[in-house]
Design a protein around this ligand. Structure first.
Ligand code: IMP
Ligand code: MG
Length: 182
């Protein structure tokens, strides 16, 4: 997206969660993960690209032994409509017999993470836990739920804190929703 368009989009957007509330939620998620996984030497997998900010801020708060790798699966093309899952990169470190913690930005319909979890179990993971920073309140029955979740967001297209709108604004420390057309 060109810079002018990105700035206009942000200027018109609604703030959903401030940086401060995100950091509070992040500490809470880190605490819950520590309580459940501190003695499991988990393999932590970041789902690229959306999971990168949540994961990057979460990892230093997980003060126990773990391995880290990433995977890239996405169901969104350049637009904001749902689409097919595309696998761009599988984890390099073996998941066999491991407790795996998958970190992603948002649980929307849950289709992406359900597919990711299935594949990791097929690859021999002992257990797969999911941490998503946001859970979208879309009223739909999701095929999967997050084991760890930071905050909920309304059923709107949101961006910031790893989530993009047309490629823009993953870098924002807060979460915004795209202005709704009247
Ligand atoms: P799901 O399969 O519907 O759960 O899709 C989840 C993925 O879609 C997330 O990991 C995001 O990359 C993307 N996504 C879903 N909703 C939004 C949104 O409101 N803003 C930005 N990305 C979103
Ligand atoms: Mg994603």
């Amino acid at each position: 997206m060109d810079a002018q368009k990105s700035l206009k989009l942000l200027a018109e957007a609604d703030l959903i969660h401030s940086e401060e509330s995100i950091q509070l939620a992040l500490n809470e998620v880190a605490k819950q993960i520590r309580e459940q996984l501190a003695d499991k030497n988990p393999l932590v997998l970041c789902v690229m690209t959306g999971g990168v900010i949540f994961c990057g801020q979460l990892l230093p708060k997980l003060d126990f032994p773990l391995d880290f790798d990433y995977l890239h699966a996405t169901r969104y093309g350049p637009d904001t409509q749902g689409g097919k899952i595309s696998w761009r990169m599988a984890p390099w470190i073996s998941v066999k017999g491991r407790t795996v913690l998958v970190i992603d930005d948002i649980l929307d319909e849950g289709i992406t993470l359900a597919a990711v979890k299935d594949s990791l179990l097929h690859l021999g993971a002992a257990e797969v836990l999911l941490a998503t920073f946001a859970d979208k309140l879309n009223g739909k029955l999701k095929p999967i739920s997050a084991d760890f979740c930071g905050l909920t967001v309304p059923d709107r297209f949101v961006f910031g804190y790893g989530m993009d709108v047309d490629g823009a604004w993953r870098n924002l420390p807060a979460i915004y929703a795209v202005k709704e057309c009247a």
